[in-house]
Design a protein around this ligand. Structure first.
Ligand code: ARG
Length: 463
């Protein structure tokens, strides 16, 4: 492509070092899409004839078939996806192929291809987040009746409905979905780089509005920024990192829940593995891998930031290093979203209701105590005094090695006169769950109302 100015060839080692075609061939569809739009504009302004445009279109059809059937010969010596495709086009149709790059540079070309690719990938991620939310919603519907401990500091804190816990995951993912929407609304659809040339614009009278390809909604305002900006890639990898950190937290809960110590759930054969030495084992590998891959994806975010931070204006070859980070971050995140949806399928997410009840019946953690403090407040005792009386009751129960469920009227009286026998009817965990009647609370009415709202919302969004 640039042999004219050079007398020697690149060293083999350098060729291998500098090539990107082994990974950027993933941009082939976007590259062809951009080139077709650009060719049509070159024809409109008289650089290409009608016949040449038709030849280019025909050439790209052939190339598409070759790539799709695996027959296309990717050549390392042609460095990247852009030069491989252009060179094949010229091989197929001759001079018209050589005219295609008029006014364009690989710098505005790669920025355009990559932005388009990120746009489509964002949509794919959006769909996968949505599918996981749908599975979570279904499992939440199944578990409104199941009461489990909620933890703070990983100590039993308050009883909640398992549905409420699962809807917490749903909410985390809803924020992720919003962020992906923001990326496509404000980022990947904006500031089309094509037309910015190498860094200073296009010398020919192209109208960039004709290059929007049904995706872009505005043209870059500054050619220098346009060819060197990769914020859209950063945002996408940040979005992936955020999704992964959520999936990792969910994984951690499920790993704990499926231990013998908790035993709240059993994960199905399809998402667990056995041990090569211990026949009794069922390991939550799907969740562990998701948790493990989170480090890898967040690592890509750091890598990308570090690549970008010291670049002088404008395009620098360092930018070729942006792609693998984005490709791998999005591949891993998509895979993890899909595997997590499988974990939350009806077959693979088995809730062990009896085991959970046994755990609650142990009385450990004294979650009933909050009932006492609340009840005292309703009797007119200031909350701080109620807190103190309840604290003394917990101490009493603990020192006697008993459970709240074993308390008698005499026990209450022994701790404080204000603890009347009627309190004994208020001590159930269910009563405590039902007391949380606020919008975001655990009362059945509220949880069912949230489920209904979210179901409508899931349904509407699909249309
Ligand atoms: N493969 C290159 C990249 O990904 C394409 C742009 C090359 N531009 C250049 N001036 N060498 O960044």
């Amino acid at each position: 492509m640039w042999a004219g100015r050079f007398s020697g060839k690149p060293d083999k080692l350098m060729q291998e070092f500098s090539q990107s075609v082994s990974f950027d061939q993933r941009l082939w569809k976007e590259d062809i899409q951009g080139s077709l739009a650009y060719a049509a504009e070159l024809q409109r302004i008289g650089i290409l004839s009608e016949k040449e445009l038709a030849d280019i279109r025909g050439g790209f059809e052939t190339i598409t078939k070759e790539i799709e059937s695996g027959k296309f010969e990717w050549k390392v010596e042609l460095e990247d996806v852009h030069m491989n495709i252009e060179s094949r086009l010229t091989e197929l149709i001759g001079d018209a192929g050589k005219k295609l790059h008029t006014g364009r540079s690989r710098n505005d070309q790669v920025a355009t291809d990559f932005k388009l690719w990120c746009h489509f990938r964002t949509e794919e991620l959006h769909g996968a987040v949505r599918d996981l939310m749908t599975s979570l919603h279904a499992r939440a519907e199944d578990s409104v009746d199941v009461i489990i401990p909620a933890y703070t500091h990983l100590q039993r804190a308050m009883p909640v409905r398992m549905a409420h816990h699962l809807l917490a995951y749903f909410s985390m993912l809803a924020h992720d979905e919003n962020f992906l929407d923001e990326i496509s609304r404000w980022d990947t659809k904006f500031d089309l780089p094509l037309g910015s040339g190498a860094c200073s614009g296009n010398s020919f009278p192209v109208d960039t509005k004709n290059l929007f390809m049904g995706v872009f909604e505005s043209t870059a305002r500054n050619s220098m920024e346009a060819v060197s900006n990769r914020d859209f890639a950063l945002n996408l990898v940040f979005g992936c990192s955020k999704i992964m950190s959520h999936l990792s937290r969910i994984s951690e809960d499920l790993i704990l829940w499926s231990t013998s110590e908790f035993g709240f759930v059993t994960l199905g054969d399809a998402v667990t593995t056995g041990s090569s030495i211990m026949p009794q084992k069922r390991n939550p590998d799907a969740c562990e891998l998701i948790r493990g891959k989170t480090g890898r994806v967040v690592g890509h975010l750091m890598a990308l930031f570090t690549t970008l931070k010291g670049l002088p204006m404008t395009y620098n070859r360092d930018l070729q290093e942006d792609k693998e980070a984005v490709f791998d971050a999005t591949d891993q995140t998509l895979a993890c979203l899909r595997v997590m949806a499988l974990v939350f399928s009806n077959e693979n997410f088995q809730v062990n209701r009896e085991r959970i009840q046994q755990q609650l019946d142990s009385g450990l953690g004294y979650m009933e105590a909050m009932n006492v403090a609340d009840w005292l407040v309703l009797q007119g005792v200031p909350f701080r005094d109620g807190h103190d009386i309840t604290g003394r009751l917990v101490k009493y129960v603990e020192s006697k090695g008993m459970r709240f469920a074993d308390l008698t009227a005499e026990d209450l009286k022994a701790v404080d006169e204000r603890l009347k026998p009627e309190l004994l009817n208020e001590l159930s965990l269910e009563a405590l769950v039902e007391r949380k009647q606020v919008y975001a609370g655990t009362a059945r009415k509220q949880v069912e109302a949230r489920l209904k709202e979210l179901k409508d919302w899931l349904g509407n969004e699909k249309d």
